[in-house]
Design a protein around this ligand. Structure first.
Ligand SMILES: [Mg+2]
Length: 325
């Protein structure tokens, strides 16, 4: 679609601020909650020995999704989803960190196709109905919305967000969380406004009340209260709590990291939505200069990817004059 310059900045922000949250939290992963006044630094380290500014699996798994959109693909197209799965399988062979559920799935596929991954994810959910709701799809949902920013594309986005989630996680909680977050990101890029509750209408009717209560609980709590944030529900709640209580992008990401445990993922999730509202311009230069990660991209590379993903989302390119449509 044709974006205004500020909308284009916000679309880039969805990707860049998510990567910034990821890299900010990387050194604190698995750690306890931190006091409100403790400074948070993008210094790397942590259990996996990250370089300062290096992003982790959250951003690495988001990149192939953005690449499909940037190349003009559609996320409701099985061949495109195959491409995403093949890229993830290649990444997982050398990645320092792959989430438990995702690693099990990607390393046991005989052929790295979306159908094979989906079947494996469904079998895992059937065998582990209470243990298949990891946060590994919400963490990478940021770019999905970039392909569906045009007028009237909400329903297509809802379907794409769930389809991309279902590849690795069959628990409906994972798909619901991705639908809520992706539609909120779309709204934020278009309107510079964050409204999660308004997105409840995109969920199956029988599950809306539960999610409304979970959102309200997040608003009445702090990120550290969600200490099971490896679960997609609490990861969303921790990220939403950071956004709800935060003032500005940096504060949101620092709050997410201070919540402890799965710090990089909660901050990556928070960054995708907060960045879509505050824009890439809100990412500090000091962070931007350090950001890098698989597959050999830096902040400028991510920004370029976001611009191309948006440009192919519908007719028109973001560098052409035009109004939000
Ligand atoms: Mg991570």
């Amino acid at each position: 679609m044709n974006l205004t310059p500020t909308q284009a900045d916000r679309a880039i922000g969805a990707l860049l601020a998510s990567a910034a949250g990821d890299a900010l939290g990387a050194g604190y992963e698995f750690g306890p909650p931190l006091p409100d006044d403790q400074p948070v630094h993008m210094a790397g380290g942590g259990s996996f020995g990250w370089e300062p500014g290096e992003w982790t699996d959250d951003t690495s798994m988001a990149v192939p999704i953005a690449q499909v959109l940037a190349d003009g693909g559609s996320l409701d197209d099985e061949a495109s989803l195959d491409r995403v799965v093949a890229a993830w399988a290649g990444w997982a062979r050398t990645a320092k960190d792959v989430g438990v559920q995702t690693r099990t799935l990607l390393t046991t596929l005989r052929t790295p196709t979306a159908a094979a991954a989906r079947a494996s994810a469904a079998a895992f959910y059937a065998a582990n109905p209470r243990g298949a709701g990891g946060n590994g799809t919400l963490m990478r949902t940021g770019p999905v919305a970039l392909g569906y920013l045009d007028d009237g594309q909400e329903a297509a986005l809802v379907s794409a967000a769930r389809a991309v989630s279902d590849i690795t996680h069959a628990d409906p909680d994972a798909g619901d969380a991705c639908v809520l977050w992706s539609t909120a990101i779309r709204h934020a890029v278009r309107e510079s406004d964050i409204d999660l509750t308004a997105q409840l209408v995109w969920l199956p009717e029988e599950r809306r009340d539960r999610w409304a209560a979970l959102i309200a609980e997040a608003e009445a709590s702090q990120p550290a209260d969600f200490d099971k944030n490896g679960w997609v529900v609490q990861a969303l709640q921790g990220a939403w709590s950071a956004i709800h209580h935060g003032t500005g992008l940096v504060d949101v990401l620092e709050r997410a990291v201070r919540g402890g445990r799965d710090t990089d993922t909660v901050a990556a999730i928070a960054g995708a939505l907060a960045g879509a509202a505050h824009g890439a311009g809100a990412v500090p230069d000091a962070w931007r200069e350090k950001l890098h990660g698989w597959p050999g991209l830096d902040a400028d590379g991510l920004a370029d990817l976001a611009v191309r993903a948006v440009g192919h989302g519908a007719a028109g390119r973001p560098d052409q004059p035009g109004t939000a449509g």
